[in-house]
Design a protein around this ligand. Sequence first.
Ligand code: GLU
Length: 451
Amino acid sequence: MTVTVRFAPSPTGRIHVGNVRAALWNWLFARSKGGRFILRIDDTDVERSTKENEERIRADLEWLGLGWDETFSQSSRFGDYDRIAAELRRKGLLYACYETADELERKRRVQRSRGLPPVYDRAALSLSEEDRAAFEAEGRKPHWRYKLSQSPVKWDDLIRGETLVDTANVSDPVLVREDGMYLYTLPSCIDDIDYGVTHVIRGEDHVTNAAVQVEIMNAIIDIRVAEGGKGALPAFAHHSLLVGADGQGLSKRLGSLSIESMRTGGLEPSSITSLLARLGTSQPVAPEPDLRALADSFDFAKIGRAPARFDEADLLQLNAKILHDRPYAALEPRLTAIGVGEKLWDAVKGNIVMLSDAAEWRAIVEGEISPVIEDAAFCKAAASLVPDALSDDSWNAFVGAVKKETGARGRALFHPLRLALTGREKGPEMTALFPLIGADKARARLNGSRA
Ligand code: GLU
């Protein structure tokens, strides 16, 4: 059977590093097995889903290099959901409930005060035809719950190992709201079966859902088989969730951790994929621009169960390393766009975190700066020693001459020269920058002029 996985975001917002970890692992696993990666848009919540969010999600995934073999939106499948829901109703597995939100809350409060778990009491199952008619006459519309088996559901989770959830401790889930809208569960189960999903890889916030879904999926498989079709349960892999460097959940900072903000902020996509592929696994995080190489080393057995710590500082460090190791040719169109040529790139690449930082160095080298003069006499003396034509080894000869002339050495020699020539305390090797700045600018800057 072809390995088939899906990434199933809801287009109710942007995707962030947490979601992308699931997307990436699905993608890597599919590629490592020669399988299929489906992008499913979970847009049954028509009020909160937007086309704009969907487009952003697609743009984010494409930018990360996580292309899909097939994509569809759940909103195109309501006919299938309606048919399965009707069949589940006919079998008595989907039953009408009339409690209001307030009534349900009151029930839960009573249960809690008695020390009982707040599990739905199934009162609706004992309603008679007349009771239901009376509710309808009052103007109430039913919502629909799935009747769970109330028994242990076990599976061998590819990350968590043997996992057991007793659905006796779980409320019968509402699958259809009173306005007829499907909640996430039923469409997801139907799609996973109908699209032949073999592995469901997602966050461990879905572990309890998985037990419920196994029961619903089995009911859907029965329906499909009775129709002459087929279906099989997928395997599950539930990974731990990311926490911030402070050990807290990421939820509060999701805006700044959205993939879109990283994309528009100029981060390299491979920094994100390099970090997220290995974070929380027994494999070391390393800069890896090649997704295929990450796929080749993907292994569920190497994924740990503890929450993984996501630190943006790691992301920036990887970004710097990735840029440092990239040959000019690989970045040429982007560097040309910001006016950075090969010599300048080679000079500055070891000192930048983001590609756009190279443009700042371009401005320093080629544009006008206000030099910072610590010791005017020293700098003037140095200015008179700048040779007319600068070559790759001019810096050492120049510094040697300044040293001889002024007697300055060490930091007292180098620091004022760097400050005057670049206006900065730190930066790339002066050996490489000096010839790029050129003799005229160098002289003018050492003389304290804007140049
Ligand atoms: N749309 C669901 C979510 O974003 C999908 C969960 C799943 O992978 O089943 O939580």
